[in-house]
Design a protein around this ligand. Sequence first.
Ligand code: ZN
Length: 267
Amino acid sequence: MSSEVDVSPAAPEDDRTRRMLTVTVWGEYVHERQMENVRAIYPRGMHETIAAGLRTHLDGRVTVRTATLQEPEHGLTEDVLAGTDVLSWWGHAAHDQVSDEVVERVLRHVLAGMGLLVLHSGHESKIFRRLMGTTCSLRWREAAEREVVWTVNPAHPIAAGVPEAFIIPHQEMYGELFDIPQPDELVFISSFAGGEVFRSGCCFARGRGRIFYFSPGHETYPVYERAEVQRVLANAVLWAYNPGRRAKPPRSVNSPMGWFERLNGAG
Ligand code: ZN
């Protein structure tokens, strides 16, 4: 068939539940090596705890690997990304050390259909800001205060098995205004002991890619060991997986009159 029009069919919907998915959990891995209190919580790095949670909650459905900033090309080579169905991203102290070349590579794969989970302080990562087109800035305070995560979209797949509300005893406060585009879907809102609220679980589509931002996850509290948080991230992996992913992002195509009729054998 002519390659002028990109018509390769998407996999059937039930492919979502049958295929073994490959997840790459990316960790900046700076705080864990530099701060004793973080290392005490995450001795092998936050990425390993996040990966372990996904393996537990998606046993038999995912292959999970990790990659870190310190690896060549940050562990995100073309081959790794081409073989990744969903990438998760945790960064904070070293956003600027992520190479622009790798950011462009991740962007291209997201637009072509790779899923992306952006976690906590990843809100200011190069890739998230690039995808959102806004500053992604927010209000914050480190006071070990209580966060309540409210499920505001219980029918959403990312909320499956998640309580109406769950408490994280100690968290960094993230508050509005969170400078993002209006999310396509809002799944969670958080409130804090100090009174602030925050859009803590936001869904976006960019190109063929699905993106989920989830804010709980400050490095000095064991947030990624919590079952509810692990459940949310596992659900988000399944949601972000796009069986209709292609090799390249959408592009403009010159399409002669009737191209879709010929495509269906009717022309
Ligand atoms: Zn933080």
